[in-house]
Write a protein that binds this ligand. Structure first.
Ligand code: SIN
Length: 305
């Protein structure tokens, strides 16, 4: 019998999983129990998992195909494209461009047509205090809206834009230009249906430029309300990291934010595997590199009007 234990960490989401050694291959029963817990709690914390890069990749693969981060090609592990390095440590003698990754509320890779299914983040180094990450339950965000509001937003689409990733101005301009060129604005449903649970959730966040079919002012008002609502403290789990915590989140029904609540002179090193998701987006233009963001967006909107 498995010694696996699952202990909820929050009412809205989050559970701790103990009694499993993720360095070992998973048997079918354990994988299925973890997957069920993941669907139920959305964020799973596995403490004390001193995984090698290969072991993290192997465990992650048990839950889906891994993304090779082609949309952020210069931020990956030098030998393993499946691992994104999220760190404030120096890389090649320069501050890492990922030192401010995830500083606004977001769902991973919504600036691509294929947002991640989920992600697995391993903490290798952390500051003595702070450097926390918060996740919010987007099922609850949707389900607590009034039926009338749900009907109003049910078939809206939102324009997600990589240029709204926070802190781009602190990154290498050449890499930022490449990231924007690789990622023209993309439209995703504002309300999505989880492919495994069938539940509806809100896909909002701070990387959305507008809502298709609404004026700028209307978009700003609706998004302002939805974002504030989605970030309500009662929907949130805040994780205080320990070294060798592996956190696995369901990106299809959550959003998250990495807090800059720590002394940046202290190293923080996180390794992320992303699970490939389903294609839910429509790319709006392929010509962003030749145009200003505003011009590209106007052309995209004209094309779909
Ligand atoms: C991310 O958004 O994937 C980064 C999360 C973190 O560094 O805590």
């Amino acid at each position: 019998m498995s010694a696996l234990q699952i202990q909820p960490l929050g009412y809205a989401l989050g559970a701790q999983v103990t009694g499993v050694d993720l360095r070992r291959p998973l048997d079918a029963q354990t994988r299925s129990t973890i997957n069920d817990a993941w669907l139920r709690h959305l964020v799973l914390v596995f403490p004390g998992q001193d995984l090698s890069t290969a072991e993290q990749i192997a465990f992650s693969r048990a839950f889906g195909e891994l993304d090779d981060h082609a949309f952020q090609p210069r931020y990956t592990h030098p030998e393993h494209r499946e691992i994104l390095l999220v760190t404030n440590k120096q890389i090649g003698g320069k501050p890492s461009d990922t030192r401010n990754t995830g500083r606004n509320w977001h769902t991973d890779l919504t600036f691509t047509a294929r947002p991640a299914k989920g992600a697995l983040l391993l903490c290798r180094e952390k500051p003595p205090v702070g450097g926390d990450t918060m996740w919010a339950n987007m099922y609850l965000a949707y389900e607590t809206l009034t039926p009338r509001m749900q009907r109003f937003i049910d078939d809206l689409e939102a324009i997600h834009d990589a240029s709204l990733v926070k802190g781009l101005e602190q990154r290498d301009p050449e890499k930022v230009a490449e990231m924007k060129r690789l990622n023209p604005p993309v439209a995703h449903p504002l309300v999505r249906v989880h492919p495994e649970t069938g539940r509806k959730s809100l896909l909002v966040g701070q990387r959305i430029r507008g809502l298709i079919g609404l004026s700028d002012a209307e978009s700003a008002a609706v998004l302002g309300f939805l974002n504030e609502h989605a970030q309500s403290p009662e929907f949130v789990y805040r994780h205080r990291w320990s070294v060798n915590d592996l956190v696995m989140w369901d990106n299809r029904c959550t959003q998250h934010i990495a807090l800059p609540d720590f002394d940046q002179a202290q190293p923080r090193l996180m390794l992320r595997c992303s699970l490939k998701g389903e294609a839910t987006g429509r790319i709006l233009t392929a010509t962003t590199s030749a145009l200003s963001d505003r011009e590209a967006l106007m052309q995209s909107l004209a094309a779909i009007a």
